[in-house]
Ligand binder design. Structure first.
Ligand SMILES: [Cu+2]
Length: 466
């Protein structure tokens, strides 16, 4: 560590010497002096040649706020990212700098039909809208705090000057309610990153104060995707009947979300057959790592939050573990049509509320119990003796009442039967024909390609006794 620090100091000295030697950079030098504090005269006596290019980028950030590259343009420089159930944050260019405005505020949010909560997000959304930019862009993000308490915003995974890192108390003062802070830095990397509150994180992140920060490469080495999807994974504790996520929960979460939506409210990913698809997955949940599994495909893991993985090292996978604080990007060519599930493979993460509070009823002779109980409670019905599948169906058909504002173990109706998954489930819809303005309906399978009841003739032919 000491060595590293020494070499950085040396770099600064060499740079200053160079700047002084250039003569015309007097203004530049004064700015550096103002930033760096007391610089002893002997620094200027060094005779090194100008080495501007080796000065640490963070120093350049401070001394020259002018952008070095024109702002990247959507369509021309990158294929805009799609954040299902959310949007990208609008920006404008002022003197070559991309200017964004985040407003931290309380938001009435719907996780799925039947389940609302008062969360904390940005710009009327939970999570906040996706910040999208291009490597080399200089960005200026204003953060206005309309929350009842102080906050700050940290740019998770970004390489930037320390004072822009957003850690309340450590690198900046808190943003008090009503105040607006300015963050500004040049993007030196590309990939999938995040932003989130870094003040009273336990509370503010549990209430949803986070979002995605996608940086496109300036000169992509890899082929550009046709569809570029981005998801934030999250978990929440929302006690049945309440409407405020509980930030004090440490281990026991009961709502699991893609972009703050639990299935069946997760918007599907619609792609055309043969398209190159990129899916970005990011996780700053409180406690859970999520192994995200895509059906029907082998994908390549192309990026971590540390950047692009060399082609030779990109592993083929069918599940990718997205640990807390990480992002993973996967890519594949959508060459198999259909409705393909993408979900977390932790089975309790495709469950909603109450999945963990149910007594184990497997194997209970429900009919006998029910008959006895019905003498006292005519509508009584034992749940769970053959699993949880029936639960969602009873709820959806209105056979059973659910407590107000809750989605207990609910899935959603599918084309063949009830889909018995909630939470971290979404669907990749690959179609030959696609109307980009309309979500495709259920996949129409070619005749004879759907698993179905075996016929007597088939069983006889193959010698299967049942
Ligand atoms: Cu999970």
């Amino acid at each position: 560590m000491k060595l590293q620090h020494k070499s950085r100091t040396l770099n600064r000295r060499r740079f200053l010497a160079g700047a002084a030697a250039l003569g015309s950079t007097g203004v530049l030098l004064r700015q550096v002096e103002a930033t760096e504090g007391n610089l002893s005269h002997q620094h200027h006596q060094a005779t090194a040649r100008p080495v501007l290019s080796t000065a640490p980028q963070s120093l350049l950030d401070r001394i020259d706020p002018k952008p070095t590259q024109p702002p990247g343009e959507p369509g021309k420089d990158y294929t805009p990212v799609i954040t299902p159930n959310n949007v990208s944050l609008a920006w404008k260019v002022v003197n070559g700098i991309k200017v964004y405005h985040l407003i931290a505020e309380e938001v009435e949010h719907q996780f799925a039909p039947g389940l609302h909560a008062r969360c904390w997000g940005f710009n009327g959304r939970v999570h906040g809208p996706t910040i999208e930019a291009v490597e080399g862009d200089r960005v200026r993000v204003y953060v206005t705090n309309k929350l009842p308490g102080a906050t700050s915003v940290h740019w998770h995974g970004l390489l930037l000057p320390n004072g822009m890192d957003g850690v309340a108390g450590l690198t900046q003062a808190v943003i008090k309610p009503g105040a607006t802070f300015r963050y500004e830095f040049t993007l030196r990397q590309h990939g999938t990153f995040m932003y989130h509150s870094h003040h009273d994180e336990m509370t503010q992140m549990a209430l949803g104060a986070m979002g995605l920060f996608v940086i496109h490469p300036r000169k992509p080495k890899a082929e550009r995707p046709d569809r570029d999807f981005a998801f934030m994974l999250a978990e929440w504790r929302l006690d049945v009947g309440t409407s405020r996520p509980n930030p004090n929960e440490m281990t026991d979460f009961n709502i699991f979300t893609f972009n703050a939506k639990a299935f069946p409210a997760t918007a599907p990913m619609a792609v055309r057959l043969g398209e190159r698809v990129r899916i970005r997955l990011a996780n700053v949940a409180a406690m859970s790592h999520h192994p995200i599994h895509l059906h029907g495909y082998q994908f390549r893991v192309t990026e971590t939050d540390g950047g692009q993985i060399p082609l030779s090292a990109q592993q083929r996978e069918t599940s990718v573990l997205v640990a807390i604080g990480q992002s993973r990007t996967i890519e594949f060519v959508a060459d198999e049509p259909g409705d393909w599930a993408m979900h977390c493979h932790m089975t309790h993460h495709v469950m909603n509320q109450m999945g963990d509070k149910f007594p184990n009823m497997i194997g209970v002779k429900a009919a006998e119990v029910d008959a006895q109980v019905r003498r006292l409670l005519p509508d009584y019905m034992t749940m769970g003796h053959d699993g949880m599948a029936e639960h969602g169906i009873h709820l959806d058909t209105g056979h059973m009442k659910v407590p107000e504002n809750s989605i207990p173990m609910r899935g959603g109706p599918g084309p063949f039967d009830y889909i018995t998954m909630g939470g971290l489930l979404t669907v990749l819809k690959v179609r030959e024909e696609l109307d980009d303005d309309r979500a495709p309906g259920w996949y129409q399978h070619p005749k004879g390609t759907v698993a179905s009841t075996a016929t007597v003739a088939e069983l006889q032919r193959d010698g299967i006794k049942v």
